[in-house]
Design a protein around this ligand. Structure first.
Ligand SMILES: Nc1ncnc2c1ncn2[C@@H]1O[C@H](COP(=O)(O)OP(=O)(O)OP(=O)(O)O)[C@@H](O)[C@H]1O
Ligand SMILES: [Mg+2]
Ligand SMILES: [Zn+2]
Length: 247
């Protein structure tokens, strides 16, 4: 039995049947003939369980992200305009998601792109909306695995299209191959056609985007996410330092 079947079996509507017909399990039991048939609420239960099996959690490092706290307060000192755009977006999160509007952040390593994208995803999750959060390399691995099963890839794309917000971190971090470009296009195009929002981050410079991600994909991303929000500055991770030579 697949993991998803198990999730489906385990899921029942905790508030009972929204249509008042079954016991919340999605099945109507006929006691006389001892047979079960699908309740009309079952498709909703399935849709919820599908979204649940995608990754909707904020990684630990970004769980406390907030406009009131560092590093966002630090970023707002050097990039007030960018923070204001994120604020404006999150204030109307419900409407933006309903209209399929997203955002994307571009900039050098360690400038706060992922932090701001997580802030948006957290706002969406707090508002009770469904979010799938992946780095592009992880998302592609998932597709590689899904391709091994007959309808696996179509099914995964359907699920990725079902969530209210798809968060793709590190666009362009994967080597460009025809396969990668095709998969990215399938995902972005499916959401574009369904008018669903995307939040993305990238290290690529604006003039590298088409070359690295494919012009058709970038054209759709621009429709969904609007203008790139640039974040510049020094790498705030400041990890590696070369020690001064002992004299
Ligand atoms: N302007 C800033 N001031 C202080 N700290 C910051 C600032 N921007 C980011 N940081 C900190 O730097 C680290 C990297 O931030 P983040 O992961 O958001 O960067 P990124 O732009 O996504 O980097 P990458 O391109 O490597 O993915 C985090 O620990 C974050 O808290
Ligand atoms: Mg990042
Ligand atoms: Zn029901």
């Amino acid at each position: 039995m697949s993991a998803e079947t198990l999730t489906l079996l385990a899921s029942r509507n905790p508030d009972g049947c929204p249509l008042g017909q079954c016991d919340g399990s999605g099945f109507l039991i006929d006691e006389e003939t001892n047979t079960a048939s699908d309740c009309r609420c079952r498709s909703r239960i399935i849709a919820k369980a599908r979204v649940k099996s995608l990754e909707g959690r904020i990684p630990r490092k970004y769980q406390g992200v907030s406009f009131e706290r560092p590093p966002v307060t630090d970023i707002s000192r050097t990039a007030p305009h960018q923070i204001e755009m994120v604020r404006r977006y999150t204030r109307r999160i419900e409407r933006n998601l309903d209209e399929g509007k997203g955002l994307w952040f571009q900039g050098d390593i360690g400038t706060g792109k992922t932090t701001l994208a997580m802030l948006v995803s957290k706002t969406a999750l707090d508002a009770g909306r469904s979010v799938a959060i992946y780095s592009l390399p992880r998302l592609l691995n998932l597709l590689r695995e899904a391709i091994d099963s007959p309808d696996g890839k179509l099914d995964l794309i359907d699920r990725l299209t079902a969530v209210d917000l798809l968060h793709i971190d590190d666009l362009g971090a994967e080597n460009r191959t025809d396969w990668v470009l095709e998969q990215l296009y399938s995902i972005v195009n499916a959401r574009y056609e369904a008018e669903k929002a995307i939040i993305a981050t990238t290290n690529l410079m604006p003039d590298e985007l088409s070359e690295r991600l494919g012009a058709r994909t970038v054209s759709r991303l621009v429709q969904i996410c609007g203008d790139l929000i640039p974040l510049c500055g020094a790498d705030e991770r400041r990890g590696l330092r070369v020690p001064a030579q002992a004299s």
